[in-house]
Design a protein around this ligand. Sequence first.
Ligand code: MTE
Length: 296
Amino acid sequence: MLIQNRPSLRPSEVTPRHLWLDRRRFLSLAAGVAFVPASGGPFALGEPQTSRKDATSYNNFLELGESKEAPSANADAFNPRPWTLEVGGEVEKPFTLDFDALQKIFPLEERVYRLRCVEAWSMVIPWIGFPLSALLKRANPTSRGKYVEFLSLHDPKRLPGQRNPLYSWPYREGLRLDEAMNPLTIMAVGMYGDILPAQNGAPVRLVVPWKYGFKSIKSVVSVRLVEAQPKTTWGMMQPSEYGFYSNVNPTVDHPRWSQKKERRIGDILKRDTLMYNGYADQVAHLYAGMDLRKNY
Ligand code: MTE
């Protein structure tokens, strides 16, 4: 969805298309990424944004270490180039794209989303990305594709945290097809007006704003349509604590702590956690009739 009431002209409106494409390519290679800003549109959110410093120095990214500080401290160890993203499985037209092709094919836009971690803290982050639905439609899913399985890069040389035998690598996640096709679900390639830092999941990651943060898998190399519900990293580790759905839900506690409240990073006082992280209008229909205690 493109934002209509933009505050200023886009380069495409003042520059011949071939020059604009070159400029866009230049921007994407040199410093940041060219995108439609969220300002004034439906994805502006209107809540104070988490500082860039907090969002890039308080992270969960096991592949770069287990503490919140480790991913930013170890970010230089991870070179996200070269990169390829494979889209396959139950599709008619599987394809593989490198990162530059990804950025050129899918128009980028900014979306300011809440991110609620299962550990009961939250942030507000301006992502830059494109709808996951655009990626999936390009591959023409067959009727057998009922779920989407995501895999992160598996390369212990580039991601030294993968030498930790406690976890099974690569990190994996999954969504039901209708969740994946929901317009809120995006693949992000940037944040705060620039390309994604390594610690936030460079060069391309999933963002599913109504689910706990661990569903938003980082540094994705494979997106496959599959027939059966895919296995997930946390579901395999602790099935009694982390279900497949993992929708933000203040009425269903984690077995070891409450999910009723959260601490917005940068705030002192806690705030109430909202059903579906505040996105109920857009996603509650996906779960109509389901027992959310069972399907946690
Ligand atoms: N993706 C991979 N590959 N490895 C991870 O350890 N951690 C998840 C998720 N994606 C994780 C991952 C968790 S628990 C959270 S809360 C978010 O990334 C954090 O994203 P952020 O650091 O950009 O805020």
